[in-house]
Design a protein around this ligand. Structure first.
Ligand SMILES: Nc1ncnc2c1ncn2[C@@H]1O[C@H](COP(=O)(O)OP(=O)(O)O)[C@@H](O)[C@H]1O
Ligand SMILES: [Mg+2]
Length: 327
């Protein structure tokens, strides 16, 4: 069976005055039907640029240099802008960080959702209103009739994020891109929003690409995870497999950096910084931070290797048993 989204060798550069920023470099991953795939990595690792590239929202001086983004069998990179507009916001929807600023300040939240039903599904104004109330209920907003008449500034951050999720779901997308949807929210509210996303994924059958800098979030809600470092995916696989046996030294460092109350060791920060993406050196981009660096790491970029039935790692030093390479 083909996957809902197949991203192959996606590469995005920004041609800046300081030089070429190689923000996303040869990124390859799939999103399966109905799954939640986490994309995790430190700030600056290329997660948001990847999400924007999937929707072809990279603006100059940035551009997609190469790669394919096959969604429901069609390569989005080859579509015209008009064709792309038809996909964006309907088949693929996006939920951003800071929902309050993403909402229109001069329209009631109800009207913002209702317009989507009218625009994309030909609903009458009355139908739009009814379906908006239903959608607000679905995303767990109490007193939906009253809330629908309010403006973004009258709602809490958590409630604004629920409204954004309602807007994203109004067009029944097959794929939801959620970029740090809980960053900036209070911990307990964040947990509720994640629970909501997971529940909605199950109920609607939509796949979710959940971007986060927090591996704890991945452990909570994702089925699989792609670990990004400096514009590249270094490890990808089932969340259970990767937590049980992280193979890339960067993934291992991320796992050790999760604060845990059931363990008396303190969390360890990851040494070093995300390297500059301005003309990065050849070889592995983690080499300068890596405790297990080999000579070959500075010379050759490590290719992804199958390590387990649902785990792949791109590292020269990782101990990978002789698993059959994926065809
Ligand atoms: N408009 C831009 N111009 C130049 N560089 C950019 C631009 N947008 C993003 N980048 C670079 O791309 C890299 C990845 O950024 P981003 O995807 O936002 O990281 P993340 O979302 O993982 O924190 C960063 O090094 C950033 O400096
Ligand atoms: Mg980001």
């Amino acid at each position: 069976m083909t996957d809902l989204l197949e991203v192959r060798d996606l590469t995005v550069h920004f041609d800046t005055e300081a030089g070429l920023v190689e923000a996303v470099d040869g990124v390859t991953f799939n999103v399966r039907s109905g799954e939640i795939l986490g994309v995790v990595g430190e700030s600056g690792s290329g997660k948001s640029v990847t999400a924007l590239a999937l929707l072809r929202l990279i603006r100059p001086p940035g551009r997609i240099v190469q790669g394919a983004v096959r969604f429901e069998g069609t390569d989005l990179v080859g579509l015209s802008e008009d064709e792309m507009r038809a996909v964006r916001g309907t088949r693929i929807a996006m939920v951003f960080q800071s929902p309050r600023t993403a909402l229109n300040p001069v329209l009631t939240v109800g009207r913002q959702i209702s317009r989507l039903f009218e625009l994309h599904q030909g609903a009458s104004r009355a139908e739009g209103r009814t379906r908006t109330i239903g959608m607000l209920k679905l995303v767990g907003i109490s007193e939906p009739e009253r809330r629908a008449r309010q403006y973004a500034h009258q709602l809490s951050g958590g409630m604004c994020q629920r409204v954004m999720i309602a807007m994203a779901l109004a067009t029944s997308p097959r794929l939801l891109l959620a970029d740090e949807p809980t960053t900036g929210l209070d911990v307990s509210i964040a947990a509720q929003i994640l629970e909501l996303l997971r529940d909605l994924g199950r109920r609607t059958g939509a796949s979710i690409l959940l971007i986060t800098h927090d591996l704890g979030v991945v452990a909570e809600v994702c089925d699989r995870v792609a670990v990004m470092h400096a514009g590249q995916i270094v490890e990808v696989g089932a969340v259970r497999a990767i937590f049980a046996r992280p193979l890339h030294p960067y993934t291992q460092a991320l796992v050790r950096s999760i604060p845990r109350i059931d363990r008396d060791v303190t969390m360890e920060p990851i040494p070093g910084m995300v390297p500059s993406l301005l003309a990065p050196p050849p070889g592995c981009r983690y080499a300068d931070r890596c405790p297990r660096v080999l000579d070959v790491c500075r010379r050759d970029r490590p290719a992804p290797r199958a390590a387990a039935p649902d785990q792949e790692v791109a590292c020269h030093a990782a101990e990978v048993e002789d698993a059959p390479a994926r065809g």
